[in-house]
Ligand binder design. Structure first.
Ligand code: ADP
Length: 241
């Protein structure tokens, strides 16, 4: 891994030229895979993430079935070639934790009670990583679920906030994530403001926390618009085909 840059923020300008509350360029495409029931591909700064959804389908093995609602399976996987030093393939503690919190971040918007004994399977593949992969994954999975036609109350949008060189910042890059003072991924139902995921690595004062949360809300509003746009584009395209 490269060494810590001397400064992460220089006169309010970050390493990639952004201001504290600016997000990286984001491109979202819905319905990119023919074999999945729903899918989404996102390029978000240096992140490249693919989400695929299957279901609702009969849950296997059967002992996992819930007679009252569908279960959600979420698999976050980082490709070996997604990071600078080859990542050892297969699940590890980090991917198990991310899969769990991501599943819980999406559950509140899914109408699981419509599909007893079923399973909704979500696969998130990180093809290229540059910090914020769990939030990019949740954002992509949310679009893929909608693309699969699974009844949802709303979309979930996600972004990370944090602190570097004493400043609260939105949408961290890897250097800010690795060498900054705090990293706080947030997922929310943007239209209602309900937060479905909030983790914190590092420390923020109460004041900084409020500022970070406001940055996250602003970021999620931008992400939400792009998520909606990607779904509209997909349906406009399928209507004209
Ligand atoms: P997130 O990607 O959600 O921000 P982390 O804070 O755990 O999650 O990771 C921050 C970044 O550190 C990742 O996006 C990736 O660029 C890098 N990273 C994570 N795990 C590894 C790993 N095993 N090897 C190399 N880089 C990694």
């Amino acid at each position: 891994m490269q060494n810590r840059p001397e400064k992460l923020i220089n006169d309010g300008v970050r390493l990639d030229g952004r201001g504290p509350d600016e997000i990286r360029p984001i491109k979202i495409e819905a319905g990119v895979l023919n074999r999945a029931d729903g899918s989404c591909y996102i390029e978000w700064g240096g992140n490249k993430v693919l989400a695929a959804v299957y279901g609702p389908r009969e849950a296997h093995p059967r002992h996992l079935q819930d007679s009252r609602k569908a279960i959600i399976k979420y698999r976050y996987n980082m490709a070996s070639f997604s990071v600078e030093d080859r990542k050892r393939p297969g699940p590890d503690r980090r991917s198990v934790e991310i899969s769990k919190v991501s599943r819980e971040a999406l559950a509140p918007v899914l109408m699981l009670e419509y599909f007893p004994r079923s399973s909704i399977d979500i696969f998130v593949e990180i093809l290229q990583a540059d910090a914020g992969t769990r939030t990019t994954g949740i954002t992509a999975a949310s679009v893929a679920l909608a693309d699969a036609g699974i009844p949802m109350k709303n979309l979930v949008s996600a972004i990370s906030v944090g602190k570097a060189d004493g400043e609260v910042i939105l949408d961290l890059i890897r250097e800010e994530d690795n060498y900054g003072e705090a990293d706080m991924p947030v997922a929310m139902i943007t239209e209602t403001g309900d937060i479905t995921l909030l983790q914190m690595d590092g420390n923020l004062t109460g004041e900084e926390f409020i500022k970070a949360l406001n940055f996250a809300k602003k970021g999620c509003e931008s992400v939400y618009k792009l998520q909606r746009r990607s779904l509209i584009e997909k349906y406009e395209k399928s209507c004209s085909d």
